[in-house]
Structure formats: C-alpha cells, structure tokens
Write a protein that binds this ligand. Structure first.
Ligand SMILES: Cc1cc2nc3c(=O)[nH]c(=O)nc-3n(C[C@H](O)[C@H](O)[C@H](O)COP(=O)(O)O)c2cc1C
Length: 175
C-alpha cells in the first residue's frame, strides 16, 4: 500500500477485537513514528510509551468515568495504546512541540492502516487526567516529559475502504 492509499484508507477505529498487534507490526509502527519530522531535529525531546498493561488503561478510563458520572471507554477496548510525550522547553509547550507529537501519531496511524491494524488518535482522556496528575505516574515517564496524546492500536474486524471524500477546510489561494 503506498502512502496515498494509506491516507485514503486511514480512519479512526473505535472497535477492537482485543488482541494485540503482532510484535513485528508494532516495531514497524514505532519505526515509522520515529521517522516523523521533529522541529530542529530534537528527537531526544520526544518519548514513546507502549502501554499494553490493561490496568494502566483502566485507571485512565475509570477517572474519565468518574468525571462523567457514567461508564466511559475512551480507548474503545483497544488492547494497546502508544502514548506520545514531549519535553517542553518552556512551562507551556510551544506550537512546534504540539505539532511534533501530531506528526509522530499520524505516521504511526498511517503505518497501522497499511498493516491492516485499527488505530485511533486519543487526546481527550489524557486532557481529563490533568485533574488527577498522579495518573501520569503510572506511565513512568522520564523526568520533564508530559503526555501529548496517544494512539489506540489493535486488531479489528472493521474494513478499511478507500475514502474519497475530502473533508472541507476553508481554503484561500493568494495568487
Ligand atoms: C488531535 C486529535 C485528537 C483526537 N482525540 C480523539 C479522542 O480523544 N477520542 C476519539 O475518539 N477520537 C479522537 N480523535 C479522532 C478524530 O475524532 C477523528 O480523526 C476525526 O473525527 C476524523 O475521523 P477519521 O479519523 O475517521 O478520518 C482525535 C484526532 C486528533 C487529530
């Protein structure tokens, strides 16, 4: 599958069989995530955590459920979540630091699609976890890093049809 086809087939998958990506496929996905462009080439300011420990995912899920007052499944039953963290150079991350994580996540989701695996970019649950910061201790991040978002990953029964629709974004041509 070439990159054009992967972009057309990629979609947010929100139903998973429950079994993990094969280890070789996971390695490929991580490899392509690390091929992403990173501002000023500061790859050392990025950190990736592969969470396959369901107890960790459940702790984040439980917090969101408590906040919402109803059972929530923000990872949609994915058996694995690849969490992308950044080491901001200032207390508030800079725009390029937010962007860095997005590029890593997009590369990984395209790679997952090409391998026939389901994936979904997940930010909401991590933002909600900011009201219970000790949750982030479960991720055992190196000093100074903070979570940007994650990619739910796993085998799925969903099909990856070619999607032709162009999402409409306002576009201006200045000629
Ligand atoms: C920065 C970002 C954060 C997102 N966070 C979530 C999330 O927390 N939960 C979720 O279900 N989808 C999340 N998504 C997925 C979007 O809802 C999805 O990409 C969009 O609706 C387009 O659908 P598609 O991915 O199937 O093309 C996120 C996407 C991005 C880019």
């Amino acid at each position: 599958m070439d990159v054009f086809e992967a972009m057309q087939r990629r979609k947010s998958v929100r139903s998973y069989r429950g079994d993990l990506a094969d280890p070789d496929d996971l390695q490929k996905i991580l490899h392509f995530g690390m091929q992403a462009p990173i501002a000023m080439g500061r790859y050392e300011d990025m950190h990736i955590t592969v969470v396959s420990d369901l107890a960790v995912l459940e702790a984040f899920e439980k917090h969101q459920s408590d906040l919402q007052g109803r059972e929530a499944h923000p990872f949609f039953g994915a058996p694995q979540v690849i969490v992308v963290s950044i080491k901001p150079s200032e207390p508030e991350p800079l725009n390029m630091e937010y962007a860095n994580g997005g590029f890593v996540l997009e590369n990984m989701s395209l790679a997952a699609t090409a391998l026939g695996l389901g994936s979904c970019v997940i930010y909401g649950v991590f933002r909600r976890a900011e009201s219970k910061p000790e949750l982030f201790d479960l991720l055992d991040l190196p000093e100074g890093y903070q979570v940007l978002g994650g990619l739910a990953l796993g085998k799925t029964d969903e099909r990856f049809e070619l999607r032709d629709e162009a999402h409409r974004m306002g576009t201006t041509f200045l000629d």
